[in-house]
Design a protein around this ligand. Sequence first.
Ligand code: LRY
Length: 226
Amino acid sequence: MSPILERLRGRLIVSCQAYPGEPLRVPEVMQRMAQAVVAGGAAGLRAQGLEDIGLIAGSTDVPLTGLWKDGEDDVFITPTLEHALAVADAGAHIVALDGTRRPRPDGRTLAETVTGLREQHPGVLVMADCGSLDDALAAEDAGADVVGTTLAGYSGEREKTAGPDVELIDQMVARCRRPVVVEGRVHTPAQARDAIDRGAFAVVVGTAITHPTSITSWFHEAVTAG
Ligand SMILES: CC(=O)N[C@H](C=O)[C@@H](O)[C@H](O)[C@H](O)COP(=O)(O)O
C-alpha cells in the first residue's frame, strides 16, 4: 500500500471547507483551520478549491485529499478530468472525485478520468466519492485507490440518514477490495469510532469539526426547542 494511505489507516481525516458566500470562505482561514485540526490529531486533511489546496499543501505535512466542487449539475465533485488534473497540480496527494455511475459533464467515464489523471500524475491517488455499493464496486473496477461513502444520501440511490449510513458502510466493508473511507454526517466521536470498528479504513469528519454555523444551529435548536 502507498505510504500516504498507510499514514491514514485507522485514523481521522478532517475536511476543512466553507461554502460559497460564507464568512469563512477565505483560503487563508481554511489554511489556519487545517493547522488547528492537525494540532488536535487529524492524520489527514480534505480541502476544496485550488487555492485552499495549494495553501494547505504548502503549510502542512499530512496527507491531503483535494477536490474541486464546480457546477450545479448532479456531478459536482471534481466533475471532469480537467478539474482532477488541476487538483493534482495544486498539490493534493489524493484526488477526490465523483465516483457515482452518473454521466459526467465532459462525457468521460470514471475509468477514462482515472487513466487520464494517472498519465500526468503517476503518483497521485484517487478517492471515488460514492453514493451506493454499486458505485463503489464500479469505481474499484475503474481504478480508484480508495472508495468513500461521501455521496450516500446525495445521489438519489440511498436515503439520507441522520448520521453516517451504517448499512452502506457494512455493505462496502464486506464487498469492496479497496480501503473504505467513511465520510458524510459523522457528527460525534462515537460515530467515528463505530465506523472504524465496522471496518472502515479511515473516517472523514467535516461539518461537526469545521463548520461553526452548522454546529451553532444544532445548539441553538436544542436550546430553543419546546
Ligand atoms: C455531499 C458533499 O457535497 N460533501 C462534501 C464533500 O467534500 C462536503 O460538503 C462534506 O462536508 C464532506 O463530505 C464531509 O461530510 P460532513 O460535513 O457531513 O462531515
